[in-house]
Design a protein around this ligand. Structure first.
Ligand code: SAH
Ligand code: SF4
Ligand code: F3S
Length: 480
């Protein structure tokens, strides 16, 4: 079952933890997918639900690509599905609880439809204690596999279909990398492209390095050829993805870095907007700031997670920067890119955080004036260093601080958005508004959502609008 090979494309450094899956193995896996296509009825339907971040969305696109090769069509109706897959996230406890609830609810469907295959994969499953829980308590689940086994999905599925036995494949390999597996891009206007996988940072609260393995970069040729195939479909915007894109290329000898990769990607004809996620503040270079400032296709937008404003807590988080160093970088960014849209992630209630520490976070919000903030209450993750650190604040005190943070940020977001009123912007039209079908929605270069009335054939086009009204989370405008 676990055919891992240690050889691979020459240019990549053969670091112990990096396992490049050779083409022969990928072809073998494709063979399993084609076998499934030939041995089962058609059409067959697949339902995939994705939790978590853009990396997981990207993995689900790979799953969909493999399923499509095996003769499955995508469905949004669970009742119609021959296979249901949950691609899970482990970053916070509430994400995990939701998954358990949803898997439990599939029991009735499985009883009604004996041939239904239920699979659970992704970051949550890469943790042994969780996979064990599924094995023991959720007997209606047929397949469990972790992030490292994704490329073996064809082999896993074929075995389940032929042997009628459950398969649990959570082999840990700290990081496989491969190319040339099918992928079904699901973006219609904007598309994510992974440039690297894994993370080496080991922030003490975070499960990601444990479930996604070490950093490994894709070769630039592979990235460019994927971007070209996306551009050929008429898609104008791409987001380059990685847990810390600033480390791109560091794992490959004498390789290009992330700013140079942005330069290469921007040469692809048809791509007009390039975004990227995420940047670790410690690795944000002057070169990257200059590339955003000078490259017209790279959007004036930066997501730079600070997590907390207190030096004491930043140290305990293993973030490797101080509040002052962070603010210094923001100052540089604002000087060189005055129209930049800034966003961040913040964790409230990290073990040991006091109300005084929290005041530093509020101070950062007031000083930086982010366009928006993604804030989370700290969630204990089994096996991480922070999980054994002691709390100072009670859950009620943490909640109070969390609400205060929201209040402060909502005020700032609204103040910033107010300044957009009566000004003109170019937006890329994304589709119907999720909240009101009478409106279309699009994004400015900085990523601000603008709702406006217009014809659906504008979707996918870049048009000019004038902002008529600002709200905390979005803007309203009219076509000019
Ligand atoms: N690699 C990215 C994001 C990783 S996860 C980065 O470093 O920025 C996305 C966000 O989830 C993190 O930025 C952090 O704010 C939050 N997060 C991660 N682990 C968490 C935990 N245990 N509890 C609460 N929030 C957490
Ligand atoms: Fe997690 Fe830190 Fe890596 Fe981001 S940089 S994925 S927060 S360990
Ligand atoms: Fe969640 Fe895994 Fe992403 S833990 S945030 S889906 S890398």
């Amino acid at each position: 079952m676990n055919n891992l090979f240690l050889e691979g494309k020459k240019k990549r450094m053969s670091k112990r933890e990096k396992i490049v899956i050779p083409n022969a193995e990928i072809e073998r896996q494709k063979g399993f997918l084609l076998d499934i296509k030939n041995m089962t009825k058609s059409p067959k339907f697949a339902f995939i639900e994705t939790y978590g971040c853009a990396q997981n969305v990207n993995d689900s696109e790979k799953l969909l690509g493999m399923l499509s090769m095996a003769g499955y069509e995508k469905t949004l109706d669970k009742e119609k599905a021959d296979i249901i897959i949950y691609n899970t996230c482990a970053v916070r406890e509430n994400a995990e609880l939701k998954v358990f609830g949803n898997i439990g609810a599939l029991k009735a469907l499985k009883r009604k439809k004996e041939d239904l295959i239920i699979g659970v994969c992704g970051c949550m499953m890469q943790q042994e204690h969780i996979a064990d829980q599924i094995r023991k308590k959720y007997k209606h689940v047929d397949i469990v596999f972790g992030t490292h086994a994704l490329y073996r999905f064809g082999e896993i599925l074929k075995n389940v279909l032929t042997e009628k036995e459950r398969i649990i494949d959570i082999t840990k390999s700290d990081g496989v990398i491969y190319e040339d597996m099918p992928i079904s891009h699901t973006g219609t206007v904007s598309q994510g492209v992974s440039v690297m996988y894994g993370c080496n940072n080991f922030c003490t609260y975070c499960i990601v390095p444990y479930v996604r393995g070490r950093e490994r970069s894709r070769l630039k040729e592979d990235i460019i050829s994927e971007v070209k195939s996306i551009a050929e479909k008429g898609i104008k915007e791409i987001t380059l993805l990685g847990q810390n894109v600033n480390s791109y290329g560091h794992d490959i000898e004498n390789y290009i870095d992330f700013p140079d990769l942005l330069g290469e990607v921007s040469k692809v004809e048809g791509i007009e907007r390039i975004r990227f996620m995420t940047s670790h503040p410690k690795d944000l270079s002057d070169k990257l700031i200059d590339e955003i400032a000078s490259n017209k296709k790279v959007c004036a937008q930066l997501h730079l997670p600070i997590q907390c404003g207190s030096d004491n807590i930043l140290k305990k988080m293993n973030r490797k920067y101080t509040k002052e160093e962070y603010l210094e970088k923001i100052k540089k960014v604002k000087e060189k890119i005055p129209n930049i849209t800034l966003t961040t992630d913040i964790i409230v209630g990290f073990p040991g955080e006091t109300n005084e520490d929290f005041e530093h976070t509020i101070d950062v919000l007031e000083k930086v004036r982010y366009d928006s903030v993604f804030s989370f209450i700290y969630s204990k993750r089994k096996g991480t260093p922070a999980s054994v650190m002691e709390d100072v604040l009670t859950p009620e005190e943490k909640k109070k601080n969390f609400n205060r943070l929201l209040e402060v940020q909502n005020r700032i977001s609204k103040e910033i958005n107010d300044e957009y009123e009566n000004k003109e912007y170019e937006i890329l039209v994304e589709g119907e508004s999720k909240t009101d079908i009478n409106y279309l929605t699009g994004r400015t270069e900085g990523g601000k959502i603008v709702n406006f009335k217009g014809d659906k054939n504008l979707v996918g086009k870049i048009i000019k609008i004038k902002v008529t009204k600002a709200q905390t989370w979005s803007l309203f405008g009219e076509i000019i």
